[in-house]
Design a binder for this molecule. Structure first.
Ligand SMILES: Cc1cc2nc3c(=O)[nH]c(=O)nc-3n(C[C@H](O)[C@H](O)[C@H](O)COP(=O)(O)O)c2cc1C
Length: 182
């Protein structure tokens, strides 16, 4: 069991009451069953200023965000696709992370789409995670046609996506344990 693995979820929508907040909860259900401790950063509760905005370098939320990243062993990013790429909230969140917070730690990636599945957002987040020296799991999840993706209880309807979420969670926890033990 991954008792000492801490995983930080970063949501590309402003609050976690969204499809991407739900996707993070679903993947964290599996990670918790494997023994990991999981927390989602909620931008609605603790908004991060835009990088470069007045006062941003001394912002308390930024400090807390970076401290949470430093004390985490792994990350899950989940972003809506906006105009063929990750949301501004996700990009700005990643812009607050540097390799000193994330180097040598694994990332898993998810995205949701109003339309058909695409790898654009996943690929763009993969590039950003690489830039902050993260190891990105090969397993990743894209959820197309997001308005029809969940049942009334918030569970995913497509069994293949359910399996992908579970497989990604296992891979992330396994890799986090391996990288932490080195
Ligand atoms: C500004 C904007 C741009 C969008 N661009 C795309 C897009 O390029 N492709 C797509 O499939 N859906 C697009 N959508 C739909 C979102 O991806 C969809 O609403 C989102 O995945 C829902 O997730 P959420 O509930 O976490 O916000 C866009 C939505 C907005 C608001």
């Amino acid at each position: 069991m991954a008792g000492d693995i801490r995983i930080m979820g970063i949501c590309g929508t402003y609050g976690v009451d969204s499809a991407n907040g739900r996707m993070l909860e679903l993947v964290f259900d599996h990670c918790r069953k494997l023994g990991a401790e999981c927390t989602i950063w909620d931008n609605a509760e603790h908004p991060l200023p835009l990088v470069g905005a007045e006062g941003c370098w001394d912002d308390e939320n930024v400090k807390a965000f970076q401290e949470m990243a430093t004390s985490s062993d792994a990350f899950v990013l989940s972003s809506p696709e906006y105009h063929g790429t990750m949301s501004g909230v996700m990009k700005n969140s990643l812009d607050w992370l540097y390799s000193k917070h994330t180097s040598g730690k694994p990332f898993s990636l998810m995205c949701t789409l109003g339309g058909q599945a695409s790898n654009n957002t996943l690929n763009h987040m993969r590039i950003a995670a690489r830039w902050i020296h993260g190891w990105v799991t090969p397993e990743q999840v894209a959820v197309p046609h997001i308005k029809e993706a969940f049942d009334d209880d918030g569970n995913l309807l497509d069994e293949k996506i359910v399996e992908r979420v579970e497989g990604m969670a296992k891979s992330l926890v396994d890799i986090a344990e391996y990288l932490k033990s080195r």
